[in-house]
Design a binder for this molecule. Sequence first.
Ligand SMILES: Nc1ncnc2c1ncn2[C@@H]1O[C@H](COP(=O)(O)OP(=O)(O)OP(=O)(O)O)[C@@H](O)[C@H]1O
Length: 606
Amino acid sequence: MAREQNAEPAEAVSLTTTLKRLGPFVRPILPRLIGGFFCALGAGIVALAIPQVLAWLVNNVLDTDGTSTQIWIAMAIVGGLGFLEALFIFLRRQFVLNPAAGLEAHMRIRFYKHLQRLPVAFHERWGSGQLLSRSMSDLSLLRRWLAFGAMMLVVDTVTVITGLVLMFFHSWILGLLYLLGAIPISIKAYHFRNNYRAASRLSQDQAGDLATAVEESVHGIRVIKAFGRGRYVYEGFSEQAKSLQQTEISKAKTLAGFLMTVVAIPETILGIGLLIGIPMVAGGSLSVGSLVAYFAIAAVIAGPVEGMGMLLGMTLSTKTALDRHFEVMDADNDIVSPKEPRTPQERTGEVQLKHVRFAYPDDSGRGRPVLADIDFTIRPGETMALVGITGSGKSTLLNLVPRLHDVSAGQVLVHGQDVREWDLEKLRQEIAVAFEDTTLFSNSIRENVLLGAPEGLTSAQREELLTQALDVAQAQFAYQLPQGVETLIGEEGLSLSGGQRQRLALARAIAAQPRILVLDDPLSALDVRTEEAVTTKLREVLRGTTTLVVAHRPSTVMLADRVALLRDGRIDAIGSHTHLLSTNEHYRYVIASLDDEAPINEEISR
Ligand SMILES: Nc1ncnc2c1ncn2[C@@H]1O[C@H](COP(=O)(O)OP(=O)(O)OP(=O)(O)O)[C@@H](O)[C@H]1O
């Protein structure tokens, strides 16, 4: 069900390059991160100071005739240090939690805004789950890494280095022995980094595909149930879920293998340290206190050493998350307003297509043209129907007017000006669209219908517009719903029938009061009587509005002043319905094949 892995992994980017890109986001919160870092460092140093107190206790209090006062002082110092460590940890959280959560929210909002701007072509290529996981889990991972991972990685490194220096201070031989352990650990870390990075990327991409699969099956639940394909879909999903499980297991194994090395090597070295240290103490070249301190330091840095392994894993996963995030942020948006947009002198209402050629981009970059040479003009206020056999490119042609796609060659002119010269927002304010696929939002009927309504209207004017639009689209059923026009409609209007959704989408296009109306088969799901009522009202509303309407039924064709016949990527003929009927054989064929039997099975709450 789900679209296959369609993310486009960027070329391998180094960790530093990826982290550098975080710079502008991190800069404003840097002071607080530094504050958090020093608190974490303070906690690490305090933890390391405890073994020093222990060494002093062993050498000066327990070894000799220490007084009870000295023991109490030592206890108080150890207790005080413990409290200080807890305080530092608390402060670290206070410093970093809010800024990290703020950064996550900021990057998420930017991501969302960017998704809104990206062209339709981008969204056609990317699975929704990929975008969902990139905007949610990848950015959460970044927040956890910033608030904890990155900071603790530095702190653990500093703690381990300080611990090593202290070990050298107590005995350079034992210190050197411990340091030697770093050699095999570094070799293992190198291999770990490569393997873990690949596994991490795979698992995050697979999680995105899985989210797409869930989204698609929920979205298409009625089709799945109606066709009894539940088992098939389930099997496909469980296969995908198992692949992700395997990847997660292999990722965990890679991490476990590395952690084993990170834990086992220092522990082995400690054993050797005991073998070397005891004869040294016996020979008098090392004090008992120093040997105790050596092991106490080793015990304190054992946590950070293991932590460094875990945190390295987290850092690599975060790098993958960031790469995935920036892949989307870097996606080209070629449908943007020009640097110096031009506003047409006059809003004539004319729409002109001049030798338009269009091909959907494919992997080779040279797609087969759907529209080869489209050349026609819709006069101001005219209603033009677009007719052609299925797959002839009618919807594609409509998409070119509000610039949802850009022409491959030729020009689309609105009010006499090339759409690529327009400010995109202004262009789209001129044009209202009702698509064949009627997407409604999880909001009230009122909000859905008035989505594109002109700004600056008073509430009374908005109310009037709503009533008028619902009336034209024959969507008065809205008033009979439990909360009338305030009724919240489910995700994508699933709780409404197809015909009801279509009428609301039509009402939305009408309420936008556009100069130009683009309708993609807007009456296909209506029964005959409703269609007739809509057509009559629509005819009145369309007077003065330039309209391009895709017609799949003769009744929709009747709305039009002229009809354009699309064939083989060209306008084969153009003229009135009766003229084309009498002169064009292909038109007669297309009209004859159009289904005029309206679906009576729809709705209605009449
Ligand atoms: N996003 C896309 N990417 C690649 N090809 C596409 C895309 N959308 C449509 N096509 C192809 O472009 C051609 C024209 O499709 P279009 O939807 O414009 O036809 P149509 O005339 O509106 O069809 P219908 O009457 O069935 O709605 C078809 O061959 C279709 O497969």
